[in-house]
Unconditional design. Structure first.
Lengths: 114, 115
């Protein structure tokens, strides 16, 4: 069965410093992986996705993630945090079937300090 | 192009009352999903639909029913609300899944409180 683990429930950074949100996955096949962002009291927005093409994936707002099969990881990074990046981030894996179901991690809250 | 919309945005129910949440999408997507979001638990799938007239159970279906009479709409019903159903409910839709096309598009959510 597919699963995903976000290694930090809360990450705090200063504005202008790098962001690293960690995600490990478990999958019996080559998965599709996603990062979604949820700003306070809003719906979820797709940041980026990996679908077996390039292992380094670029997303919106300067975020990127690297798929590392040997480490079963899909960590999200950004070189320089902005105050508007403060939100909850979800690492997500597809279940691989024809139902399109997604399996969500528990979420990481990113705090950005001025 | 509104994407995925949800009605209502907020609702307070008393235990035992019933209600229906409406999800609508204008992207001609085949697949639609209902999730609930609780603190520290991510999103959990309640029910989903792979096309008009079809529904299936997800991870946490108990206490909920759904219907997909029209392709663009997906209704979530609570027949007898319980305090454990206090949550934020999200609807999502996607194209027919195939390699590279699993991403789902989410509505803004409905915050439900059951007292």
């Amino acid at each position: 069965a597919q699963s995903v683990t976000q290694l930090d429930s809360h990450v705090s950074v200063s504005e202008g410093t790098p962001v690293l949100l960690r995600c490990n996955y478990s999958s019996s096949y080559s998965p599709s992986l996603f990062w979604y962002v949820q700003h306070p009291n809003k719906g979820l927005q797709l940041l980026l996705k990996y679908t077996s093409a390039a292992t380094l994936v670029k997303g919106i707002n300067g975020f990127e993630a690297e798929f590392k099969k040997s480490e079963t990881s899909f960590h999200l990074t950004k070189p320089s945090a902005h105050m508007s990046d403060a939100a909850e981030y979800f690492c997500v894996v597809s279940d691989g079937g024809n139902t399109g179901k997604l399996i969500f991690g528990q979420g990481t809250t990113l705090q950005v300090k001025p | 192009n509104a994407g995925v919309t949800q009605t209502p945005k907020f609702r307070v129910l008393k235990t035992g009352q019933s209600m229906t949440l409406l999800c609508a999408q204008d992207m001609n997507h085949e697949y639609m999903y209902w999730y609930r979001q609780d603190p520290g638990m991510g999103l959990r799938l309640i029910h989903y639909s792979v096309g008009e007239g079809t529904t299936a159970k997800g991870e946490v279906p108990d206490g909920y029913n759904v219907s997909r009479l029209k392709k663009q709409n997906f209704l979530l019903g609570l027949e007898s609300a319980a305090p454990s159903q206090t949550s934020v409910y999200f609807c999502a839709s996607s194209q027919t899944p195939r390699v590279g096309r699993y991403e789902q598009y989410f509505g803004p959510g409905t915050r439900l409180t059951v007292t």
